[in-house]
Design a protein around this ligand. Structure first.
Ligand SMILES: C[S@@+](CC[C@H](N)C(=O)[O-])C[C@H]1O[C@@H](n2cnc3c(N)ncnc32)[C@H](O)[C@@H]1O
Length: 236
């Protein structure tokens, strides 16, 4: 997969995308991430990328021209790239969206800033708008990093053990079961005996029940989803 990021603060990304799983994915060439400074695409001699909003009001708005030019240059002949605008008014990001995006060949992220972006970018350049939650951040850089992290770890060969994806929260619309590690007794807080039993079948049953219990307690909305096995829910 190729990922292009358009931002006025491209330096913000390396600290996050240059570490851990995403770093390894880049080293393995599972993903090619390229950063683009929006100011390189302005035709303004002072490298200005924003202007005052028509009709008045506070703040500055990112202009359409540098964004349209940046996307055109990045896309080149590869017209299939999906252009994603990070935006608090977009569809809320979730694991299903991460999975869908992980199937794309190329993603281009547009990070807004200041008061926002000229509406014509939303209407005529972006293929979709993604929000990472109902709150307003200073810019689209952190949201882009959130989306990219969630997508890249789903790419084939990125996680060492495929099973870590299979049993994760939101898989099958359930939250993950509780996890414990050494020591078995920490300050009198004990690990459930079944996990120390070595009986893999009993452990699997316990985990399934715990995942259901936890989902019912914390996210009953997930259980309303058709994809959950209704029989399991009833018996869990
Ligand atoms: C300060 S915000 C602009 C908010 C805009 N004035 C509004 O009220 O909808 C600046 C930029 O941050 C990004 N941003 C802020 N909150 C976001 C969120 N929850 N999800 C995705 N992007 C967000 C967007 O790219 C946005 O253009």
């Amino acid at each position: 997969m190729r990922i292009d990021i358009i931002s006025i603060f491209p330096e913000m990304f390396e600290a996050v995308l240059g570490e851990s799983i995403v770093k390894r994915a880049r080293e393995k060439k599972a993903v090619d991430i390229r950063l683009h400074d929006l100011r390189d695409f302005t035709r303004d001699k002072h490298r200005k990328v924003d202007d005052r909003p028509f009709g008045g009001g506070s703040g500055m708005v990112l202009c359409a021209q540098p964004l349209f030019d940046a996307v055109a240059k990045i896309k080149g002949k590869a017209k299939k790239a999906k252009v994603i605008l990070l935006c608090p008014q977009g569809k809320t990001f979730d694991q299903a969206t991460a999975k869908r995006l992980a199937k794309e060949k190329q993603l281009i992220f547009i990070c807004g800033h200041y008061e926002g972006i000229d509406e014509r970018v939303r209407e005529n350049l972006a293929d979709e708008e993604i929000s990472i939650g109902d709150y307003v951040l200073t810019g689209g850089e952190l949201p882009a990093m959130v989306v990219i992290d969630a997508v890249v770890r789903l790419l084939p060969g990125v996680l060492g053990d495929k099973n870590s994806l299979k049993f994760e929260s939101f898989e099958g619309n359930l939250l993950e079961y509780p996890q414990y590690t050494r020591p078995a007794d920490f300050r009198g807080f004990k690990t459930p005996a079944v996990l120390l039993s070595g009986n893999h079948q009993e452990i699997a049953v316990w985990r399934e029940k715990e995942a259901l219990k936890r989902t019912r307690q914390r996210r009953p909305d997930l259980l309303n989803n058709k994809k959950v096995n209704k029989e399991k829910v009833k018996n869990g």
